[in-house]
Structures are given as C-alpha cells and as structure tokens.
Ligand binder design. Structure first.
Ligand code: SAM
Length: 282
C-alpha cells in the first residue's frame, strides 16, 4: 500500500475504512479530512518546507501526514486508535520521515519529538474533545514556531477571545501572550467524512518574538480566579488560600485593575504580571 498525498475523497475514505473494517469512533473525533483544498491550505498556512520538523496530532488515515511527507517534511505523529495506528504503520512502512507513536496526545502533546530538534511547527486536524487540554500542554513546554489547527468553532472562539467577551478563559489569555492568531477560516462540514455536526475553523497561529509561558502555579491561580468569574477580584484574592498574598500584591501593584473588577475583564498582559509575582515569590 502506498500513501496518498492529501488527495482522499469521501468515497476513497469510505472504501479504506471498509477494507480495514474500521467504524469511525465519534468519541475520538474521527471525522477524516476529504478535501484536498483544506489540506493544501493547511500546508500553505504552516509554510511547510523540505526538512521542516512537523508535529501532527491524530493522523487518522494519514491524509495530512502524506501531504506533509510529500513536501519533504519530517513528521512526528501521535495516534491513539490502535486500528488506525496499524493502518498507518503499514501504509507508511517505507517512510523514513515519519515517526509514529500509538499513544494519547494528552500524555505526548509533541508526539515524542526529540529534545534536540531546534524548531518545529504543528499541523493538526485535532480531535475536538482534547483541543483545550492538549493546547494547555503545548503551552507548558517547547513552543512551536507556527501552529495550524483545525478546531471546533467554539474552541477557536475561546482561543482567540479577548477580555470582556463571554468566551474569555485562562487559555485565551495564555495563548495571546505566546501567539498571534494570523488567520481563521470557516471550514464546511462537507470537508470531512463522516460529516461532523459541529462547525469547524482552521486557525493559524504564529509564535510571538518574546512568548510567555505561564508557570503551573500561575495557571492554577488563574483557573481558581476564573472558577469564580462572577466574583470580584478583591473577594477572590481573600479566598485564594496559598495564592492570596500573590493576588493581593498583584492588585496593589496593578493600577489598571480594581478590587471590584471581575476576572473576565482582566487583560492578558495583566494576568502575565500575576505569573511574574507568583514566580518571584515562591
Ligand atoms: N488527521 C486525520 C485527518 O485529518 O483526516 C484525522 C483527524 S480526526 C479529526 C482526529 C484523529 O485523532 C483521529 O484519528 C483519532 O483517532 C485521533 N485521536 C483522538 N483522540 C486522540 C488522543 N487523545 N491522542 C491521539 N490521537 C487521538
């Protein structure tokens, strides 16, 4: 079997699934890309060049994978489904540029990319159920130069939300301090097989010149604050346990915010100051 170059059609996809007796698993978000324009667009947005190191999450039937390899990229991919993993192993068996693991992307957010790879990009049609915790994992470590992600519309809105919007959450603030969202494209359900019941967005992100990584403690403090998003910052600060002194210091030293403000109105760069305070006073 040879791999495709991102040219799978709905009937070809249905045939492969039948041949390998695989019924798409809804729980694993198995909606396969069947539109070569979207595959091409994803590679174009990621500016994929020969020898680029690319991480892919959930390669599925290898549509994006094949296209990436055809461009000369080296790919690290993580697929959780053992049947799809076996199919990919067989299909790409002669491919030296594919490093595939059968694992959970939440445990391997960078698909086992070796630490000595100097820089890399992520191109992925994500399983929608894990997009937020997976992105949180990516934002905790080595940051890719670019990310081109297929997302459920609601996740794309959350990721790019600004303060005061109902979609604003810790992930919106953290992402905006490390990446610029350079484009968002609506993708029709007809580009996938089977067709998903949700709307999709292809989002391209570029790493900022001085990206900020929030520490695990700062993330925990922010999550605590957002779990009380209707409460005032002053009340949150008094009830934040080990983080109370940090929140109080943050409030005192941030003229832009008041104790009567709510977490959802605090702009990302002010949250980044809470990160600094927490890290300075461990
Ligand atoms: N990349 C393929 C494509 O574009 O046609 C498939 C994308 S499909 C939306 C999501 C893929 O992620 C499926 O192959 C699914 O089995 C895999 N997947 C789901 N949850 C996963 C997880 N936690 N870790 C790794 N892969 C996962």
């Amino acid at each position: 079997m040879t791999h495709n170059n991102g040219q799978l059609s709905p009937s070809c996809t249905a045939n492969i699934l039948r041949d390998i007796s695989h019924i798409p698993r809804k729980k694993l978000g198995q909606n396969f890309l069947v539109d070569s324009n979207i595959v091409r667009k994803s590679l174009e947005l990621a500016d994929v060049n020969p020898n680029d190191c690319i991480v892919e999450i959930g390669p599925g039937l290898g549509t994006l994978t094949g296209a990436l390899i055809s461009r000369g990229a080296r790919v690290w991919a993580v697929e959780i489904d053992p049947e799809l993993y076996a199919y990919l192993r067989d299909t790409f068996r002669d491919e030296e540029n594919l490093n595939l693991i059968n694992a959970d992307a939440l445990e391997f957010p960078l698909a086992g990319l070796p630490p000595d790879v100097p820089d890399f990009k992520i191109v992925a049609n994500l399983p929608y159920a894990i997009s937020t915790p997976w992105l949180d994992g990516v934002l905790s470590g080595r940051l890719p130069q670019k990310m081109v992600l297929m997302l459920q519309k609601e996740a794309a809105e959350r990721f790019s939300a600004s303060s005061s919007s109902g979609d604003y959450t810790p992930i919106s603030a953290m992402l905006s301090q490390a990446y610029a969202a350079i484009s968002k494209h609506k993708v029709s359900a007809s580009c996938f097989y089977p067709r998903p019941k949700v709307d999709s967005i292809l989002m391209a992100l570029e790493r900022l010149p001085n990206p900020l990584i929030f520490s695990p403690r700062a993330k925990a403090a922010m999550r605590f604050a957002f779990s009380m998003r209707r409460k005032q910052l002053g009340t949150i600060a008094k009830n934040a346990g080990e983080f109370s002194p940090h929140f109080l210091k943050w409030l005192e030293s941030s003229p832009e915010i008041r104790a009567s403000d709510r977490p959802e109105t605090v702009e990302p760069h002010i949250w980044s100051r809470l990160n600094t305070i927490i890290e300075q006073t461990k």
